[in-house]
Design a protein around this ligand. Structure first.
Ligand code: SAH
Length: 224
């Protein structure tokens, strides 16, 4: 898989891909992540990519020219399955969307800034708009990192234990059960007996039950 992230702040996105599961997936060649500096596609003096909003009002708007130049150049090299724009008014990211995206070959993620991008970009170049929550960020970079992380960990081989992703929250519309590790007794705080029993089937049943209970308690909407 290849993820091309278009941004005015590539430095901001370097660290998230240099650690842990994402780094390993990149090192293994399961995914290639490219940080593309939008300013490289600006034809303006001082490489600016934004301008005042038509009609007035506070805040700058990212213009169509550099973005169109950048996306067109990328598309000349390969076909993209999705061109995603990170936006608070986009579809709310969830595990189902991440699963779908993880099966694709090439995607672009465009990070907005300031007041966002010229609507014509969204109308003519973007195929999918994703929000990571009902709050406003300063820029799309952190959203792009969140989207990429949730996708990359699902690519087969990215996690050392293949089954781990399948037992995470939301994967089957249930929240994950509680987990414990050593010591089995911490100053009288004990781990549920069943987890020490070694009886795999009973442990599976207990975990499923706990998942259900937790989901009913915290996210009954998932069970509908
Ligand atoms: N004026 C816009 C917000 C702009 S915030 C509005 O009110 O809708 C600047 C940029 O940050 C956006 O263009 C988008 O790319 C990114 N961003 C902000 N909040 C986000 C969110 N919840 N999810 C995804 N991207 C977000």
């Amino acid at each position: 898989m290849r993820i091309d992230i278009i941004t005015v702040l590539p430095q901001l996105l370097e660290s998230p891909f240099q650690h842990s599961i994402l780094k390993r997936a990149i090192d293994k060649g399961l995914v290639e992540v490219n940080l593309i500096n939008l300013r490289d596609y600006s034809t303006q003096k001082q490489k600016s990519v934004d301008d005042y909003a038509f009609g007035g009002g506070a805040g700058m708007v990212m213009g169509i020219e550099p973005i169109a130049n950048c996306i067109t150049a990328l598309k000349a090299e390969r076909t993209y399955d999705e061109v995603i724009y990170t936006s608070p008014d986009g579809e709310l990211l969830n595990q189902k969307i991440s699963n779908q995206l993880s099966t694709l070959k090439n995607i672009i993620i465009l990070c907005g800034h300031y007041k966002g991008v010229d609507q014509r970009v969204r109308d003519h170049f973007i195929t999918k708009e994703i929000s990571i929550g009902d709050y406003v960020l300063s820029g799309g970079e952190l959203a792009a990192a969140v989207i990429s992380d949730s996708i990359i960990r699902l690519i087969p081989g990215a996690m050392s234990d293949e089954t781990s992703a399948l037992t995470d929250s939301f994967q089957d519309n249930l929240l994950a059960p509680p987990v414990y590790t050593r010591p089995a007794d911490y100053k009288g705080l004990k781990v549920p007996e069943i987890l020490l029993s070694g009886h795999t089937a009973n442990i599976e049943n207990w975990r499923h039950e706990q998942s259900l209970l937790r989901t009913m308690e915290r996210r009954p909407d998932l069970l509908k």
